[in-house]
Design a protein around this ligand. Sequence first.
Ligand SMILES: [Zn+2]
Length: 98
Amino acid sequence: MAKPINAAQVPVPTPTQEKGGQGNGGKVSHQGPSKNNVISLPGMCLAESCKSKSEKANFCMEHFDWFKEGLITKEGRKPTDFNKKFYDYSRRLMKKSA
Ligand SMILES: [Zn+2]
């Protein structure tokens, strides 16, 4: 005859969950130092903070359009009136796709 399994053997999880508790052991997410210096590699798009491969004139297709529209120089730098130019450019894009 089989004996019933002793239920007292089952381990009980310690009740650590508290509703509304905020403390998490002082866990701090540590971020490494952000690198700000732009390094343009050959074969990469020259535009700032773009990590695409260059396809035309050292730009990716998107930034080549920017270059064509005068939004960035051939060095990948933004002109002083970039915001205005970008605004015009995005408006033109909107019209095109509309
Ligand atoms: Zn790009």
